[in-house]
Design a binder for this molecule. Structure first.
Ligand code: MF3
Ligand code: CO
Ligand code: CO
Length: 251
């Protein structure tokens, strides 16, 4: 992997820009009254129009092109005729497969005017992701990433979901290593330049425990408290990191 990861970085960047671009378009249509399947359609079309494929569609039987997770839904919510309400928080998770490589990113949006507590949860989950990304470089270990997230989130009075994690990504959607969002500093595998993976902490207002609904996909907080998440696909370099899932503002 160390010998010449330039191609992997370039292709992941191309996929990542498309995924991020889709989220940018989603942001423009989010408002009370729209259905989550309208967001799905937008993602499907945007990604197709950019000569890429929506990786979630038919992935292990998943029926839609993106995940839409509202309020107490932690992740993997299935787009449907559900109508967004003023005050909801909504995570949209998009993955583009372009030229054989994946780019995976998600954001939590505020629908209309949300409560002060929801705002704080959303802000904390974004900051948890960015704090973790900022420490990434060759030689840092996985436990440093997990502990950075966990320490920050728990100090804010929230909890970190343990049932889902970030993941290596590349030609495969999900691959080694697992990127846990909790853990102990100085433990676990050491990062090497050329590694590509996601960081995607899910942060709960209440307890960290989750359960899966009968549809086999939708993960919710057991205590029905709010949950928020942000995700980027990043690459490790000798000096630091590259975030692949930022929108290209020229697009
Ligand atoms: N994009 C999700 C992740 O961050 C995975 C979605 S898999 C699906 O890993 F099948 F639910 F779409
Ligand atoms: Co992911
Ligand atoms: Co994702």
């Amino acid at each position: 992997m160390n010998n010449n990861y330039q191609e992997a970085f370039e292709k992941t960047r191309s996929a990542g820009i498309i995924a991020a671009g889709a989220l940018n378009e989603v942001e423009k249509i989010i408002k009370p009254g729209i259905r989550t399947d309208q967001i799905d359609k937008l993602c499907y079309e945007y990604i197709n129009d950019h000569d890429a494929y929506s990786a979630p569609l038919f992935y292990r039987g998943f029926p839609k092109s993106c995940c839409t997770s509202t309020n107490h839904v932690v992740c993997h919510g299935i787009p449907s005729n559900k109508i967004l309400q003023d005050g909801d928080i909504l995570n949209v998770d998009v993955t583009a497969l372009k030229d054989g490589w994946h780019g995976d990113t998600s954001k939590t949006f505020e629908v209309g005017k949300v409560s002060v507590k929801a705002k704080k949860l959303v802000k904390t989950s974004y900051q948890a992701l960015m704090n973790a990304i900022e420490i990434v470089k060759e030689g840092v270990c996985l436990g440093d990433i997990g502990s950075t997230i966990q320490n920050f989130v728990e100090a804010e009075g929230f909890s970190v979901v343990q049932d889902f994690c970030g993941h290596g990504i590349g030609r495969l959607f999900h691959q080694e290593p697992n990127i846990l969002h909790y853990g102990k500093k100085g433990t676990g595998e050491k990062l090497k330049a050329g590694m590509i993976f996601t960081i995607e902490p899910m942060i709960n207002f209440g307890n960290y425990e989750t359960k899966i609904l009968k549809d086999g996909w939708t993960a919710v907080t057991k205590d029905k408290s709010l949950s928020a998440q942000f995700e980027h696909t990043i690459g490790v370099t000798k000096e630091g990191y590259e975030i692949f899932t930022l929108p290209n503002i020229k697009n």
